[in-house]
Design a protein around this ligand. Structure first.
Ligand code: HEM
Length: 497
């Protein structure tokens, strides 16, 4: 009898939990069903149209966004199986989301990066994020950028010297740019010369490439979503790659700390001709007990990750747009020649504050092909957006790729037209119609660094080479992964100037 009572109580308890769970699901479904979006299939939602590559995913999203905007909608809903994604389609719908500081947190997809980046600036939330952001903002101050630019210049010169032997035949320039960006971030973030450009088989360089490949498989290959599959098939590779990456940064940090302690490195007034790296500032914060060794590791790895994949995708797309738009390339090249002539001198911060046409080329590239194509937020409390309620627990996918292809803000939106960024034209758009670096409190802390790096590397390439291809710009379709990937890479022929 007692046993019967216990079983009945347990049964009722679970029945009640199931009831509340289903009630929550039903409530969520009712709100989401009101949000417009492409019709889905039973159980699968829109998964079949999305396909299993980032390229089919991006193509489907772009098509649906055009259809929904044509019906006058600002917000769209897509079902990936049982998982609804809510997607703002223009600046007006995006603004309340990016400006919110209370109702939203980072989405579930960031969890993929926690084993590598820990709860560093990109992933942390609330109080931890606020204090870290305050602490790290000065590391991107103008005075620091001067030192970073010297390092960018050094590694860009190496890039153009390497490319000098590759002229006259088609090559995919993307991997070269990527290794240059990796050398730049390693030197600026950690004060360490990785020299990936001369040693592409360095274990750290290979591990970064392998991690990106694993992240792609985990996100886009559907059977990896089945609980347990990843753990049994790929987890050991992931652990090996993570060990290589974090092992490398831990060693660099430990060496640098001991150099600080022994007095070998002393940056008061830039002694010994050395420039402070990002890591040196973190070590100074450690000395003031503001950061632990693991805190430093998280932030260094966050900057290593955020600071090279993004800029290399950005530069790759700029080079592609220049090669496929020769008249734009010629104008940019004339501007660069007017600044540097035939000299081989270094590029300085002062130079980077100029070259306004090249800047517009960079902005237009980041519009058509945003290097970070999407970010994610999770709704903590029901969130009103226009006429709709986005229920608590739902993921919002902020897709720069879609927002930037809104023909109301950018007529003829697939046309490459740097003049769109003339000051008077930009002023007539909604401020959030163009958000390559996101906006609001959680915008990109490294955006000035990124724009300097992109301008500097591209200026060096234009000083030395012209870029050619017979293919049209849009033959290279884009895949929205962690960064925006060109299907064909960047296949161009370089000719020496
Ligand atoms: C073209 C290059 C870049 C683009 C397009 C870009 C874009 C973005 C975007 C869209 C975000 C918001 C992420 C989110 O909300 O989840 C972000 C955040 C961030 N970016 Fe960048 N980024 C670039 C380069 C860089 C560089 C060079 C660095 C560092 C050196 C950097 C460091 C960061 C960090 C640490 C965050 C997190 C900021 C926070 O949450 O407070 N980024 N970036």
């Amino acid at each position: 009898m007692l046993l019967q009572l216990i079983f009945s109580a347990i049964f009722l308890y679970y029945l009640q939990r199931l009831f509340f769970y289903l009630k929550g699901v039903y409530r969520k479904y009712i709100f989401i069903a009101k949000i417009p979006g492409p019709p889905g299939k039973f159980l699968l939602g829109n998964a079949l149209d999305i396909g299993d590559t980032s390229f089919s995913f991006s193509a489907a999203l772009l098509r649906w966004a055009d259809e929904e905007r044509a019906k006058g909608h600002n917000l769209m809903r897509v079902w990936v199986g049982f998982r609804p994604l809510i997607i703002p389609l223009n600046g007006e719908a995006l603004k309340p989301i990016l400006d919110s500081t209370e109702e939203l947190t980072k989405g579930d997809d960031y969890d993929l990066f926690i084993p590598w980046l820990g709860l560093g600036l990109l992933i942390s939330t609330n109080g931890k994020w606020k204090s870290r952001r305050r602490m790290l903002t000065p590391t991107f101050h103008f005075a620091m950028l001067d030192g970073y630019v010297e390092k960018m210049d050094k590694h860009s010169k190496i890039l153009v010297d390497i490319l000098h032997d590759k002229t006259g035949k088609e090559l995919d320039i993307y991997p070269y740019v990527k290794r240059c960006a990796l050398d730049i971030i390693c030197d600026t973030a950690m004060g360490t010369e990785l020299d990936a450009q001369h040693d592409p088989n360095d274990p750290y360089v290979l591990a970064v490439g392998e991690f990106n490949q694993l992240a792609r498989e985990q996100s886009f290959v559907w059977y990896n979503w089945i609980p347990g599959v990843w753990r049994f098939t790929k987890r050991s590779d992931e652990v090996r790659v993570l060990d290589t990456m974090t092992g490398f940064t831990k060693k660099v940090i430990a060496d640098r700390i001991s150099q600080h302690q022994s007095g070998e490195l002393n940056f008061d007034g830039d002694v010994k001709g050395k420039r402070k790296a990002f890591l040196d500032m973190l070590i100074e914060m450690r000395e003031a007990n503001a950061l632990s060794d693991e805190d430093i590791r998280e932030e260094v790895d966050t900057f290593m990750f955020e600071g090279h994949d993004t800029t290399s995708s950005g530069i790759a797309w700029i080079l592609w747009c220049l090669a496929t738009n020769p008249e734009v390339q010629q104008k940019a090249c004339q501007e660069v020649s007017a600044v540097f002539g035939d000299s081989d001198r270094s590029i300085t911060v002062e130079d980077l504050k100029g070259m306004p046409y090249l800047e517009k080329v960079i902005k237009e590239t980041l519009r058509i092909f945003p290097a970070v194509p999407q970010v994610q937020r999770k709704v903590l409390n029901d969130f009103k957006n226009g006429d709709y309620i986005i229920p608590a627990g739902t993921d919002i996918m902020i897709t720069m790729l879609l927002v930037h292809h809104n023909s109301k803000a950018f007529p003829d939106h697939w046309k490459f037209d740097p003049e769109r960024f003339d000051v008077d034209k930009a002023a007539s758009r909604h401020a959030y119609d163009y958000v390559p670096f996101s906006a609001g409190v959680r915008n990109c802390i490294g955006q000035r660094f990124a724009l300097y790096e992109e301008k500097l590397v591209v200026a060096w390439i234009l000083r030395r080479f012209s870029l050619h291809t017979d293919r049209p710009m849009l033959s290279n379709t884009c895949g929205a992964e962690t960064v925006l990937r060109p299907l064909l890479g960047v296949p161009v022929t370089l000719r020496s100037r």
